[in-house]
Design a protein around this ligand. Sequence first.
Ligand code: SF4
Ligand code: SF4
Length: 133
Amino acid sequence: MPWYRDGLRFACTECGKCCTGSSAYVWVEAAEARRIAAELDLDLQDFGRRFLRRVGRRYALLDKPYDQECVFLEGKKCRIYRQRPRQCRSYPWWPNNLESPDTWEAAAAECEGISPDSALVPLPEIEAALRSA
Ligand code: SF4
Ligand code: SF4
């Protein structure tokens, strides 16, 4: 059984911090790009030109140029929330965050939703999120 077999406490406060201030990439796969383009009523090429950057053989969302904030963050809201990439949906249930209590603690330093005051997320829900990460 994993170390978090009794569940972990997390509830998103929608603070927006995980969408800002990092040099990390938000990866976008082809099917996701098509869905986001449709959500924005853009054709795929136009969407790619305006919102994506190529990184090696992959694509990632652009940041706003001045503050390393995701191009789709407006105030504290995600403009494409319903179609946000898998990487955003699965946060903070990423394998590297769940490696050990220490890595989870480190994630908590970045995400205020990981807190003893938050709701307990049971193991099956964590495992399902991990599978989609
Ligand atoms: S940092 Fe955590 S609490 Fe804040 S928006 Fe991201 S997931 Fe939610
Ligand atoms: S796509 Fe939305 S949820 Fe993902 S980083 Fe950008 S603003 Fe945040």
